[in-house]
Design a protein around this ligand. Structure first.
Ligand SMILES: O=C(O)COP(=O)(O)O
Ligand SMILES: [Mg+2]
Length: 216
């Protein structure tokens, strides 16, 4: 079970473009990639909320059902519809490892907190969609990572026990979801973990690239 943003795909350039367009449309200054990177990991609504909070918006405004939040979310979605895939690239080792695991007949799934609206198109655009038998997004189920439900959903679907499954991710939410699902988690150090080293979350293993995961 692979996380997407920060594990398979370096998606921050396109997310930052959309965050900045949203901020400008809402009358705020753009913030760029470095700040956006710190806010990725809990799905798009939370990303938009963190950007608005950083711009000085009150808790009333950043509430998910406020009119201002709805407007900001709509601005983000329109901007990300255009930017998603423009500058995003797969990390080194991703294609080789997915292809090798696929050839070995191992069932592969994506478990991301990114919304469904953007995920399928991005996987197809980067030509890695063919490797995955299942994709669970941040809005596919009522719960998302760090809740274990998406992992349990995938394991139930494939009739796989937790000790025969593996989660591969870049953030503490991947480690927490895996732990709660009783699944081992291997982490990559190059992604977006809110600016913290992923080793702080004590994953079960660490690989510098996904090539290392398949022994390359
Ligand atoms: O959309 C996000 O915030 C993060 O997505 P991820 O779960 O693929 O890292
Ligand atoms: Mg991630």
């Amino acid at each position: 079970m692979f996380d997407l943003d920060g594990t398979l795909v370096d998606s921050v350039p396109d997310l930052a473009v959309a965050v900045d367009e949203m901020l400008v449309e809402m009358g705020f200054s753009p913030v760029g990639e470095d700040k956006t990177k710190l806010w990725i990991g809990n799905g798009i609504p939370v990303l938009v909320r963190r950007a608005l909070r950083d711009a000085g918006c009150s808790e009333e405004i950043v509430s998910f059902d406020s009119d201002a939040f709805t407007k900001a979310r709509d601005a983000f979605d329109r901007a990300y519809d255009k930017s998603c895939g423009s500058f995003s690239v797969v990390y080194p080792g991703v294609r080789e490892s997915l292809s090798k695991l696929h050839e070995l007949g191992i069932k592969l799934a994506v478990i991301t907190n990114k919304s469904e609206r953007f995920t399928g198109g991005l996987l197809a655009h980067l030509e890695i969609d063919q490797y995955f038998s299942m994709v669970v997004c941040g809005d596919t189920l009522p719960e998302r990572k760090p809740d274990p439900t998406p992992l349990i959903h995938v394991m139930d679907h494939f009739d796989v026990e937790p000790d025969c499954a593996l989660m591969v991710g870049d953030s503490r939410h991947d480690v927490a979801a895996a732990r709660a699902a009783g699944v081992a988690c291997v982490a990559v150090p190059y992604g977006y973990n809110h600016g913290e080293p992923i080793m702080n979350s004590s994953p079960d293993g660490l690989v510098s690239t996904l090539a290392e995961l398949v022994g390359e």
